[in-house]
Write a protein that binds this ligand. Structure first.
Ligand code: GDP
Length: 548
């Protein structure tokens, strides 16, 4: 049966596809898909805006900021986002720079961030880590870096806010190496900081980039002085240049030289210093991204690995966003293209449902607008209208049975039990939670021995989002209450008997099933979890599970 996701538009059917391999290869080669990871306030929004400005994708500063505070029309879709002035959902920005197509995937930066943040990182090929040089490595940085590490994602580091009093740069690198367990290869090195910030020294090019404050022009070029021994420098700032020479010697001796292979393997990060708000050091980041970061790489699709330059189209859904347009209450499935060419109006196969669908009204995400997509290649993100048939982790192809892997569900850190004020609404509650669960807005657990529903999240804000959406979209006034659960683990075993025994034992009171039917153990404390694991050696307790 054919499922037309858009009944109103009469799109042409797929034309016979005859896509030259070199064309696809060329398009893949020039694509870069990355996300920015940072702790709130490190400067992600500012840097995003500068990247867009420098690429010419937007003309005026302030666009991204406006979006962040929820005033931007296209993302102004959720009450809670407006109320809190934060971006609950992440979005995608595409722009061109130096004949490359760059896809920047935004991740929610609020500290109550959700699983969305994690999953967006499964759709990128590299990441840009922004660190506030006055603060160093912060909690969110650590969490996000660990997610990147699951796929060995290459990471470029930007030490931001050098125009402020910061910590000692050598100390910052030390901290990065020890706390994040990643080798640092400084590419630029700061000359002074705060009021006496003079610029950066490019260690690979032996050039000094002079700092000038202000953000007046988007394409601001900073003066470059060739050679660390250039007498002009002595004349300009003798004290700082002495200090720089000493530090550079230290850096050459104590840190790692940049190694492209180690970067691509995710074991080393090139480090740049700068000041996003002053546009300083931003172009260097953009260039590093194009010159060093990988173009889309092969992806594991269970039955085989899929090459990005293969002619047949394939991809997977990594995120679902609801109510982008409040008037239509529609949902958009964000699909990362993994191979081939997506063309407007083509038919693709929804592999979980084993159905062919004709997708029209597919959108692409430009920096300033949302447009009908004409074509897309590996690395690109397209938005499919979703009337409830698509779930996170769903794979699509031109027919071949693929299942892309690596879209994780993380064991929640926060739990609530759900009650409703009006018992007649129980059906709507279940329906709402089912759909919100499929979207990945929250995880839903059904304990074996009780009728309650338990919600799990990795950030407490998720509960507010769910409560607000239950009310607005399903008319359910739900009350969330604290529980005694402290952590959850998915339980598997080769031994079916052990699983059955486990469910029947005293521990069974803490056993629940998630929305996809996987068994989970809801532990009351870390001690309880450890004891249970020790008592049931035939069972494996997982902190993550993949989309099945
Ligand atoms: P986000 O929460 O990571 O998106 O951070 P923002 O981009 O919103 O920046 C947080 C604050 O730091 C804002 O007040 C910015 O103006 C400020 N900021 C960003 N970059 C710089 C910088 O290079 N220097 C200074 N002094 N402040 C900056």
């Amino acid at each position: 049966p054919e499922l037309d996701t858009d009944a109103t538009l009469d799109q042409p059917l797929a034309v016979p596809r005859n896509v030259p391999a070199e064309l696809i290869g060329r398009e893949v080669h020039r694509r870069r898909t990355f996300g920015i990871i940072s702790h709130p306030d490190a400067g992600k929004t500012t840097l995003t805006e500068k990247l867009l400005l420098f690429s010419g994708a937007i003309q005026l500063a302030g666009t991204v900021k406006a979006r962040k505070s929820g005033r931007h029309a296209t993302s102004d879709w959720m009450e809670i986002e407006k109320q809190r002035g934060i971006s609950v959902a992440s979005s995608v920005m595409q722009f061109e720079y130096r004949d490359h197509v760059v896809n920047l995937l935004d991740t929610p930066g609020h500290q109550d961030f959700s699983e969305d943040t994690y999953r967006v990182l499964t759709a990128v090929d590299s990441a840009l880590m922004v660190i506030d040089a006055a603060k160093g490595v912060e909690t969110q940085t650590i969490k996000l870096l660990n997610v990147c590490r699951m796929r060995s994602t290459p990471i470029i580091t930007f030490m931001n806010k050098m125009d402020r009093e910061t910590r000692d740069p050598l100390e910052l690198l030390d901290e990065l190496e020890s706390v994040l367990d990643i080798q640092c290869a400084p590419v630029t090195w700061p000359i002074g900081m705060g009021k006496s910030f003079r610029g950066v020294y490019h260690l690979l090019r032996d050039e000094i980039l002079l700092f000038a404050p202000g953000d007046a022009r988007a394409d601001q070029e900073f003066e470059v002085i060739k050679g660390i021994n250039n007498p002009r420098l002595e004349a300009m700032f003798p004290r700082e240049i002495e200090q720089l020479k000493m530090e550079v010697e230290l850096v050459h001796g104590a840190s790692h030289p940049f190694d492209l292979q180690a970067f691509l393997a995710g074991t080393q990060t090139p480090v740049f210093f700068g000041s996003a708000i002053n546009n300083f050091g931003v172009r260097e980041i953009l260039n590093a991204l194009l010159d060093w970061a990988p173009s889309p790489r092969p992806r594991d699709a269970s039955v085989r690995s899929v090459e990005p330059s293969e002619a047949p189209f394939s991809g997977f859904v990594f995120k679902i966003q609801a109510n982008m347009d409040p008037a239509h209450r529609d949902r958009i499935a964000f699909l990362r293209v993994c191979s081939g060419r997506f063309e407007r109006g083509m038919k693709i196969k929804h592999l979980r449902l084993n159905r062919e669908i004709k997708v029209s009204n597919v959108v692409t995400f430009m920096a300033a607008s949302r447009e009908q997509v004409e074509e897309a290649y590996a690395g690109d993100i397209i938005g499919l209208p979703n009337h409830g048939n698509m779930q996170i982790g769903d794979s699509f192809s031109e027919g071949e049975l693929l299942q892309f892997t690596g879209i994780p569900y993380f064991a929640p850190d926060f739990f609530r039990s759900v009650r409703i004020r009006n018992p007649l609404k129980i059906k709507q509650l279940h329906k709402g939670l089912q759909q919100l669960g499929e979207e990945g807005a929250v995880q839903v657990f059904k304990p074996v021995h009780s009728g309650d529903l338990i919600l799990g999240a990795v950030g407490v804000l998720q509960f507010e989002v769910v409560a607000s959406r239950l009310l607005n979209e399903y008319g359910v006034d739900a009350v969330f209450e604290g529980t005694s659960i402290s952590s959850a683990r998915w339980v598997t075993s080769e031994d079916k008997r052990a699983i059955a025994d486990f469910e029947k034992s005293a521990a069974g009171h803490n056993v629940a099933y998630d929305a996809a039917g996987n068994m989970a153990y809801l532990a009351s404390s870390s001690v309880n979890l450890r004891h249970t694991q020790e008592r049931w050696p035939l069972l494996t307790f997982h902190a993550t599970r993949e989309h099945a």
